[in-house]
Design a binder for this molecule. Structure first.
Ligand SMILES: NC(=O)c1ccc[n+]([C@@H]2O[C@H](COP(=O)([O-])OP(=O)(O)OC[C@H]3O[C@@H](n4cnc5c(N)ncnc54)[C@H](O)[C@@H]3O)[C@@H](O)[C@H]2O)c1
Ligand SMILES: [Zn+2]
Length: 352
């Protein structure tokens, strides 16, 4: 695993794609989606230019992030005569990069790939760190590979077409990265999430969040230890997402609830300043509102999802709490009941 993929960051950078990295000698196999191709297809094709071998558009709904999607990419690649010195370009959100990156990992036993993320979440998170995966009926991201892209190009201008709800979802993930890994950045961003959502400009915190993830992944590429801190807010967040059938709430909305609750639990069990925990909760309230209203703590479905998560997590996956911004701690004994109790209290605070 080489987690340190070269990164190009800048508005308008997509136009420079052809000169941005040291590409292998061959041609580009473009993987994107209908929606992303509709809004930015001409731009990426123009940026790739004459080296384009073929293009495939996959369905980028979460329920289609499956082995069948990977198979369709493999079929198209073989049909196009893909060779070892060709490379995949993943152009889309996290669904596209997870599927395309995994296809690149197995095509001809692994060819290079480049990520050009088009959602804020994919820029901050999914395209960084070399994890690729598809879902299995039994759970999310169960089938995949560590296969780092050979380059990541981030052009925030591509976000101009992104729906507000998706932009907001990405902001939550940025805030998470800063809270676990960049105390100054987290402090600077506190009070700024709503403003960033309105102005649609999160360039500075986005870059800071990428640096946090790169640093953590660089030290623990295979998630044997420290990398787990990036799951802050995700134990309960994943349960709420599952409860909503992965359609009702965005990932960021569910994780916003998980982070607000993790903040409360952090004040109780990990020594996080209580006033700061309240500020974090208030900061996230507008982002968490729909999910926290929808996620009834008494619902058996949430408890079931939390139980499943606990079973799946053997000894290795403890819960992440914060001692302070930039100082995450792993806590072993946080059961589903603690998360549900925290959810009840955050709910009472947010839903008036
Ligand atoms: N590999 C990792 O480390 C990692 C990390 C975080 C998330 N993920 C995965 O990422 C996925 C979520 O990614 P996501 O939040 O980017 O969602 P997504 O890929 O589903 O994209 C969200 C929606 O935005 C649309 N879209 C994308 N770019 C657009 C643009 N520029 N303009 C207009 N519409 C656009 C898409 O068509 C889609 O409907 C999940 O499957 C998650 O598991 C992976
Ligand atoms: Zn996440």
């Amino acid at each position: 695993v080489t987690p340190d993929s070269p990164l190009r960051f800048g508005r308008g950078g997509l136009a420079e794609f052809a000169g941005s990295f040291e590409y292998p000698g061959g041609r580009a196999f473009l993987v994107t989606s209908e929606e992303v191709a509709r809004v930015h297809g001409a731009a990426i094709r123009g940026a790739i230019g004459s080296r384009l071998l073929a293009e495939i558009r996959i369905d980028d709904r979460e329920e289609k992030k499956t082995l069948a999607a990977v198979a369709s990419i493999l079929d198209r690649a073989v049909e196009a005569g893909l060779r070892r010195d060709d490379f995949v370009v993943a152009f889309g959100g996290g669904v596209v990069s997870d599927v395309a990156g995994f296809a690149a990992a197995v095509l001809l036993r692994g060819i290079q790939w480049y990520a050009v993320p088009t959602t804020l979440l994919a820029m901050a998170d999914a395209s960084i760190g070399g994890k690729t995966a598809v879902d299995h009926p039994a759970g999310k991201n169960l089938i995949g590979a560590f296969h780092s892209p050979s380059g990541v190009l981030i052009d925030p201008d591509l976000l101009d077409t992104l729906p507000d709800r998706q932009f907001r979802s990405g902001l939550v993930e940025i805030y998470k990265a800063l809270l676990v890994g960049d105390a100054k950045g987290a402090e600077a961003f506190l009070g700024g999430l709503e403003a960033a959502a309105r102005s649609r400009d999160a360039d500075a915190p986005l870059l800071a969040a990428i640096r946090v993830k790169e640093a953590i992944v660089g030290r623990d590429p295979l998630e044997r230890g420290e990398r787990r801190v990036l799951n802050f807010g995700h134990t309960l967040g994943h349960a709420i997402e599952a409860f909503g059938g992965y359609r009702r709430f965005t990932h960021g909305e569910a994780v916003a609830v998980g982070m607000a609750v993790a903040g409360v639990l952090s004040a109780e069990r990990a020594g996080l300043d209580a006033a700061l925990a309240s500020e974090i909760r208030r900061e996230l309230a507008a982002f968490a509102k729909d999910a926290v209203e929808g996620a009834d703590p008494a619902s058996p479905a949430i408890l079931r999802a939390l139980d499943l998560d606990k079973k799946a997590s053997s000894r290795g996956r403890a819960a992440v709490l914060l001692k302070a911004p930039g100082k995450p701690v792993l806590v072993e004994d946080l059961g589903p009941e603690s998360w549900l109790e925290g959810l009840r209290r955050v709910r009472d605070g947010i839903v008036l």
